[in-house]
Design a protein around this ligand. Structure first.
Ligand code: AMP
Length: 213
């Protein structure tokens, strides 16, 4: 069984996926994280996708399919939380036709555009532990040091202003229409993604309980 966590870049999918995995026991598969680890490790895939991701474009469906097959094989019989997939029609079809895992819920974290832009352009990520922070909440003079591990905080290449605008366009054109598919199958659940992390988490939990009831 699989739960999809969907929503625009900056909607908080990564943060909520972590919590869902930690507290509800899902095996989290975040396609963005897997791709970033390929870049970090300079694998063949990493070298292929680095510039595509920095611009905010989508990586090819073929690469995503090979990543998912590997990750799904690792999951065994565990319930999966998929963060960042499907992102276009080809991927939605692959999920239904090739991967054939039943989708229990497609949770749509819905956040207004102006909040998404502020979250993304102010986001800083620790190169060591991958924790994320917002620049407005960091102490003056300590905007480059991770409060959790002391690592260096940087801006993701795809969080630059030009890439953020492009990623939102890509989302609106290619990913948002996918939500309609899940409305038709009855697995769609809209969750208000604007609010403190714990409040949004409680909303997601409630939406998932309604699905399983
Ligand atoms: P994310 O961390 O989910 O915001 O993803 C960061 C970037 O990774 C995206 O802008 C894409 O370049 C790439 N990416 C992640 N997931 C996918 C996917 N399912 N299909 C294509 N590209 C993806």
């Amino acid at each position: 069984m699989i739960v999809l966590l969907m929503g625009a870049p900056g909607a908080g999918k990564g943060t909520q996926a972590e919590l869902l995995a930690e507290r509800l026991g899902y095996l989290k598969i975040s396609t963005g994280d897997v791709l970033r680890s390929h870049i970090k490790n300079e694998t063949e895939i990493g070298l292929l996708v680095k510039s595509i991701m920095a611009k905010g474009d989508l990586v090819s469906d073929q690469i995503l399919m090979s990543i998912l097959e590997q990750e799904f094989a690792r999951a065994g019989s565990r319930d999966i939380l998929l963060d960042g997939y499907p992102r276009n029609l080809g991927q939605a079809r692959a999920l239904e036709g090739t991967i054939k895992v039943p989708v229990r819920a497609a949770v749509h974290l819905d956040v207004p555009d102006e909040i998404l832009i502020s979250r993304l352009s102010g986001r800083r990520v620790c190169v060591s532990c991958a924790s994320t922070f917002h620049i407005s909440l960091l102490e003056i003079g300590r905007t480059e040091i991770c409060g959790k591990c002391g690592g260096k905080l940087v801006q993701r290449p795809d969080d630059s202003e030009a890439s953020v605008v492009h990623r939102l366009n890509v989302y609106n054109e290619q990913t948002a229409p996918m939500l309609e598919r899940f409305k038709v199958t009855g697995s769609y659940r809209r969750v208000d993604g604007d609010g403190p992390t714990e409040v949004v988490f409680a909303r997601i939990k409630e939406a998932l309980q309604l699905v399983s009831a």
